[in-house]
Design a protein around this ligand. Structure first.
Ligand code: ZN
Length: 211
């Protein structure tokens, strides 16, 4: 039986759904993790990506980092090309989190074209998540810091599709405006009622490295 594009994509989706089955997004809704993977692939298809290799890699982009899937298993199931894209997008598990963040910024320009498209789609999904279903305990300042970091990563993805980059800019601009409004409201509330205590700065919690 030859593999059609639809078969390849649904193989990846089925595999990701199984291997991420016990994971939830950090947002307060605790949505199934696979929703994020579907969203990233969906963002790509809505921007004209039809290449099944890119779509498979998008669906699998967190499999090594977050679901303990090995590169060997990916090669066996999905081949070397999909695996190499997934590995491009996998943060080094042995380095501290802040180094990972810096590495994503510095490494963005040298990602392959397919990996850059996925990186931008991933950040679009994450920015939406931070705004609509933020991780519990994240302050507005932390959300804004995440927005600023994501923007720095995407700036380096110069070979990503123009449409994806535009969508990122739109999502980033509207999200940041909403967060700045929230910050202004918060500052006003504190000015009116200085007794009001600032929300506790949360501990990082069991954050996924892919954030
Ligand atoms: Zn992701």
């Amino acid at each position: 039986m030859t593999d059609t594009p639809a078969r390849l994509v649904f193989d990846a989706l089925n595999f990701a759904a199984l291997r991420h089955r016990s994971q939830r997004r950090k947002g307060r809704e605790g949505a199934p993790y696979v929703n994020h993977l579907i969203e990233v692939a969906h963002v790509l298809t809505r921007h004209g990506v039809e290449d099944p290799v890119t779509l498979c890699a998008a669906i699998l982009h967190d499999a090594v980092e977050d679901a303990e899937v090995t590169a060997e298993e990916l090669v066996q199931r999905f081949g070397g090309v999909v695996t190499s894209i997934v590995l491009e997008l996998t943060d080094d598990p042995d380095v501290p989190r802040w180094t990972t963040k810096l590495a994503q910024i510095e490494g963005a320009p040298s990602l392959s074209d397919r990996a850059q498209d996925i990186r931008v789609a991933d950040k679009i999904s994450n920015l939406r998540g931070v705004l609509t279903s933020p991780p519990s305990g994240w302050s507005i300042e932390r959300k804004l810091a995440y927005y600023a970091w994501a923007e720095q990563v995407v700036v380096g993805c110069t070979r990503a599709r123009a449409g994806l980059r535009r969508t990122f800019e739109d999502v980033h601009a509207s999200g940041r405006a909403a967060l700045e409004l929230q910050a202004a409201h918060q500052a006003r509330r504190r000015a009116v009622n200085p007794e009001a205590t600032a929300p506790a700065i949360p501990a990082d919690g069991p954050a996924r490295r892919s954030d």
